[in-house]
Design a protein around this ligand. Structure first.
Ligand code: AMP
Length: 241
């Protein structure tokens, strides 16, 4: 009686183990990546890049070229805010008051907008962040959002341009861009002051994790683009490992 009971337990254990083994083999190929992510917290392979720099440093122009070349998703908080303004949404109406005065839109508004952008763009190769983060609080929030997506920032490329050149470029852009914040030299100077006080500490935040690289931002669009591509290719080679 006892022997039969032991035998039955042995048979049950063996068949359970066999079932687990068969299940593991069956799912090995199709679900390997999911199992890996769930059990080990393994990073998802994305390449996320921040294009950093003061207003007028060429982030928008270079972003358009880089997203096309590398198949990244362009996330420009300035563009998203201008869309909200054009659509006359409550968020847009609120944001306009800050933008017209050369001030930053409050962190919680911008972070919420980035969060919902992520929800609309899943399973992508990576993001190119342009004009975001602009405060240390935004950089910390971005780190948290990316950690939830099991990814991180690969590199921060900062365009370096002198203030005289920036004012010249912005006033020139204001003639055709239709942007209210490019028309007045006062608003432009205010944007630089905000950049120095609130945004430049973001550079130190990324220097700590050695992700920051300055790029000379004067010269032709092609020359600057070549320097950016060289830095991105190098960062990609390291980030693959
Ligand atoms: P941009 O097109 O990036 O130059 O942004 C234009 C304006 O939008 C800025 O001067 C800010 O008023 C606002 N803005 C854009 N991005 C942000 C951000 N990340 N945080 C706060 N305000 C922003």
């Amino acid at each position: 009686m006892r022997l039969r009971f032991r035998l039955r337990i042995k048979t049950t254990v063996c068949s359970t183990l066999a079932s687990i083994l068969i299940l593991a083999i069956t799912f090995r190929f199709c679900h390997l990546r999911i199992i890996f992510v769930v059990h080990t917290g393994q990073k998802v392979h994305m390449f996320n890049l921040i294009l950093f720099g003061p207003p007028g440093s060429g982030k928008g122009t270079q972003s358009d070229r880089l997203v096309e070349k590398y198949g990244l998703i362009h996330l420009s908080t300035g563009n998203l805010l201008r869309e909200e303004i054009a659509n006359k949404t409550p968020l847009g109406k609120e944001a306009k008051k800050f933008i017209d005065h050369g001030q930053l839109v409050p962190d919680e508004v911008v972070i919420g907008m980035v969060d919902s952008f992520f929800d609309r763009h899943k399973n992508v190769n990576g993001f190119l962040f342009d004009g975001f983060p602009r405060t240390v609080a935004q950089a910390q929030a971005l780190d948290k959002l990316l950690t939830l997506k099991k990814t991180d920032i690969a590199v921060v490329l900062a365009l370096d341009v002198t203030e005289e050149e920036l004012v010249k470029r912005l006033l020139n852009r204001g003639k055709t861009s239709g942007r209210s914040d490019d028309n007045s030299e006062d608003v432009i100077r205010k944007r630089f002051a905000v950049y120095t006080n609130e945004t430049s500490p973001v550079a130190d935040y990324y220097k700590k994790s050695r992700k920051f690289k300055a790029i000379h931002g004067e010269g032709s669009v092609d020359e600057i683009n070549a320097a950016l591509r060289q830095a991105i290719d190098k960062a990609m080679a390291v980030h693959k490992d």
